[in-house]
Write a new protein. Structure first.
Length: 415
């Protein structure tokens, strides 16, 4: 009998199971792509959402950890070759979110969930306060989330659990549920979505690496005190704002723009934008390459988050692009920047409360150089293209086997 079944409350905590680099990569993906989650003050990124928004290549960083978790789960609970991944998602909890005592299969439509794995991508007391994980019975009783650790347990009444309210910061996890029922296998559904994307010319469009935004209501956050669609904020713009960036127009036609203006916002967002760092600098390369801000705001979210992940590793030695043009924001442009923020971001004070974290404050006040940022833009493009090449190489084998696994070129069986 496997070790997991010897305990009346089968569970396992593994420290440092996920590397720091992978934790940071998954955090980058979540902060670039997340949408409003399934409960108040919770945000999520699912693999199906990544595929639907032209970010299917970002599924690849999940593949190896899914395999490792599944193997460890089967080994510990004694069910080798019996499990399927039912759900994979990045989930973050922000200030005010919590969960009362429950088991993961306590709703009838979730009865297929037999095991759960929670991978902590950041740390209690450093990145967030609150958010401790408690089991109602058995040992260990309390789990203190630390980056790289993994918690595994049976998703049934033997492991009823709760999560303390988050009092500050953002608690980020990679969460997987496993099932013994093949009809709930997540892989087959994801491969079908990939195939649909391929049939639409995924590998032919020269700008096919650009992300697509989903419906706007998937990104609009409203507090319980302000449920109106006219209050709250857009989490895409909020995440850029919280890192100290803004977008700005250099267009005299909108010099009289106000937050309560009747100007058509959809028409406005077709105009060129410049990305600003604080109130002093403008980075021209972004607006030169992406004249439509519907693309720019989404592209900007990915690049800004990539820079916050990789910026300190990048050095401005050589740049495969035009030289950076940095300008100073004059007062009139600063006003336009603030007006645009009020129209697109929404309630920036609420955004700062929800997404506040010590790490963001450290990032905003760190040294910054547009040359390094330009290197990050190029590095993000290289990162994206490399993942897309790997995806296109591996997808035929995934389709043949109806299973997503680590694929290495030259090894047709995968490893």
């Amino acid at each position: 009998m496997a070790a997991g079944w010897e305990n009346p409350h089968p569970r396992l905590i593994i420290h440092d199971f996920i590397s720091l680099d992978l934790c940071k990569e998954l955090e980058f993906i979540h902060k670039s792509c997340s949408t409003i989650g399934y409960r108040p003050n919770v945000f999520s990124t699912t693999l199906s959402h990544l595929i639907a928004t032209n970010c299917g290549h970002l599924v690849l960083p999940f593949v190896s950890i899914r395999e490792r978790l599944k193997d460890k789960m089967e080994e510990f609970f004694g069910c080798e070759f019996e499990l399927f991944v039912e759900f994979t998602g990045l989930i973050s909890w922000t200030k005010g979110s919590s969960i009362g005592w429950h088991s993961d299969d306590n709703r009838s439509y979730l009865k297929q969930r037999h095991f759960a794995a929670v991978c902590y991508l950041n740390s209690h007391a450093k990145d967030f306060e609150g958010g401790l994980f408690h089991f109602q019975d058995g040992e260990p009783e309390t789990i203190v989330p630390m980056i790289g650790d993994v918690l595994m347990y049976t998703a049934d009444s033997r492991n009823i659990h709760s999560v303390d309210e988050i009092t500050d910061g953002e608690r980020i996890t990679l969460t997987l549920w496993f099932t013994r029922e093949s009809s709930y296998d997540e892989d087959a559904k994801l491969i079908s979505l990939f195939s649909q994307r391929l049939s639409s010319g995924l590998d032919e469009d020269p700008v096919s690496y650009l992300p697509f935004p989903a419906s706007s209501n998937m990104y609009w956050f409203s507090s319980e005190q302000a449920p109106s669609c006219h209050s709250g904020f857009d989490i895409r713009w909020a995440r850029i704002h919280i890192l100290g960036y803004n977008f700005c127009f250099f267009d005299d036609e909108i010099s009289n723009l106000t937050s309560d203006s009747s100007y058509d916002l959809s028409e406005l967002l077709m105009k060129p934008l410049w990305l600003a760092r604080g109130r002093l600098n403008i980075h021209e390369r972004v607006c030169q390459q992406f004249a439509c801000s519907a693309d720019l705001s989404w592209f900007g979210s990915h690049v800004v988050q990539f820079y916050s992940w990789k910026g300190f590793e990048l050095h401005a030695v050589s740049i495969r692009a035009n030289n950076v043009n940095v300008s100073q924001l004059v007062r009139s442009h600063t006003k336009k920047c603030n007006r645009l923020k009020s129209m697109t971001l929404g309630d920036h004070e609420l955004a700062e409360v929800v997404f506040h974290s010590v790490s963001c404050n450290e990032y905003i006040h760190s040294s910054f150089d547009w040359d390094d940022f330009n290197v990050a833009v190029v590095a993000w493009e290289d990162y994206t293209h490399q993942l897309r090449r790997e995806l296109l190489a591996g997808l035929p084998y995934w389709r043949d086997r109806q299973s997503i696994f680590f694929f290495s070129a030259g090894n047709e069986e995968g490893t």
